[in-house]
Design a protein around this ligand. Structure first.
Ligand code: NAD
Ligand code: TDX
Length: 352
């Protein structure tokens, strides 16, 4: 019998998702595949200490997803990947993302966050992509006073980064802005507050504290523990990025936040309560982070009013869901908390 080969189904959009094996990137890929959009995703990641194929392993059998190991600083690999897969849009999550590591050494932060973004912009421009979304952070705005709760970061707040991490992200944001003004590139920038949820590397506050408590270890609270962050569930952040990618106006910045300011003591109390641990036995106050920003708070009215996005998850239930995820996925974080991680932990916390 004569056999007819079916022509490959042509995806409408092909999105390069850089940093897709990290915390937020992998949650973004998972969300888009679950929502069943007619698109192809090219997950591109260098697999640094923070990149983990286990974050994507359950998704790799999906024919809408391909994975490419590569560095965003390597223009040849970025270009060949984008050409081979016919990439039409870029969402750049790839970054060195941990403030404490940027204090130990800023080199990799400048390299990936600044040079890597410049390379991605140049290749994307030369190939004429239809959209380039830069995933940035509220930390580029610096710090807010504690005694003026009405003051929040808006998109007009001047950039005033205080850590090498946030300085490198601010530099990248400036490059993205300049490619819009100089070359008319179709760029979008999002600036989000602190995320929590599944697959977050256990160097960040919430997964570090939850996994330490499961291991029967103490949790190291910096300074007086009264620094404030605006916590957002990762899926809400991913939905917001998808909204901006689809409805955002080129050249614009969109703040994303949870309207959920909590200090680190409160976060610690919530985790301890949920895990049945006591403050006296489990909390160790340690020397503060140098240059530690006191308060972050996002005014997310622009994305709400102009694009109709609002967070859907409530902190009190999403934090329990998150803690339970780390309880049920012990192998995932135990594999990470070994080898290199232990050396890092020793360097970061032993002398505090
Ligand atoms: P993460 O550290 O968990 O993941 C970063 C990923 O980027 C890793 O998979 C890593 O392997 C990859 N990567 C690093 N350097 C690379 C390179 N040169 N080339 C290719 N891939 C590389 O970080 P995350 O928490 O998922 O953050 C993702 C993005 O969101 C970052 O740009 C970060 O600045 C931003 N952001 C994070 C938060 C947060 O609370 N985590 C909040 C706001 C914004
Ligand atoms: O051991 C700790 N003890 C502690 O008290 C750690 C790791 C953190 N902290 C404090 C410092 C901060 O006030 O908890 C707060 C949150 O710290 P991190 O989880 O390191 O996040 P932060 O520095 O606020 O930055 C995060 O949010 C914005 C992400 O890491 C960034 O990538 C994102 O841009």
């Amino acid at each position: 019998m004569h056999q007819v080969d079916c022509p490959p189904v042509k995806a409408k959009r092909t999105i390069l998702v850089t940093g897709a094996a990290g915390f937020i990137g992998s949650n973004f890929v998972r969300l888009l595949l679950r929502q069943d959009h007619d698109l192809k995703l090219v997950a591109f990641d260098k697999l640094t200490y923070a990149g983990n194929m286990a974050n994507l392993s359950d998704l790799l059998s999906d024919e809408r997803l391909v994975f490419v190991k590569g560095d965003i600083c390597d223009a040849a690999t970025v270009e060949s990947t984008m050409r081979e897969h016919g990439v039409s849009e870029v969402v750049n999550f790839a970054a060195e993302s941990h403030v404490d590591r940027s204090i130990l050494g800023s080199g990799p932060f400048v390299q990936t966050n600044v040079v890597g973004t410049q390379v991605l912009l140049d290749v994307s421009r030369s190939l004429g992509v239809s959209k380039f979304l830069q995933v940035s952070t509220d930390e580029v705005y610096g710090t807010l006073p504690e005694d003026k709760p009405e003051v929040k970061f808006t998109e007009e707040t001047p950039l005033a980064p205080n850590s090498p991490y946030s300085a490198s992200k601010a530099a990248a944001d400036c490059l993205v802005r300049s490619y819009f003004h100089t070359f008319g590139m179709p760029v979008l920038t999002t600036r989000c507050s602190n995320n929590y949820g599944p697959y977050q590397f256990p160097e960040k506050l919430i997964p570090l504290f939850v996994t330490n408590l499961i291991e029967g270890k103490q949790v190291p609270l910096y300074g007086d523990g009264l620094n404030v962050r605006d916590w957002l569930y990762v899926e809400d952040h991913c939905e917001a990025i998808w909204t901006v990618l689809n409805k955002g106006k080129f050249g614009e910045v969109y703040n994303i936040g949870g309207n959920n300011e909590l200090n680190n003591r409160t976060i610690t109390e919530v985790i301890l309560r949920e895990m049945g641990a006591s403050w006296e036995k489990s909390v160790k106050f340690v020397k503060d982070r140098p240059g530690h920003d006191r308060r972050y708070a996002i005014d997310a009215s622009k994305i709400k009013n102009e694009l109709g996005w609002e967070p859907r998850f409530r902190f009190d239930s999403a934090i329990v869901q998150t803690i339970n995820w780390y309880r049920s996925n012990e192998q995932w974080w135990r594999d990470i908390k070994s080898g290199e991680y232990l050396k890092y932990y020793q360097m970061q916390y032993a002398q505090r």
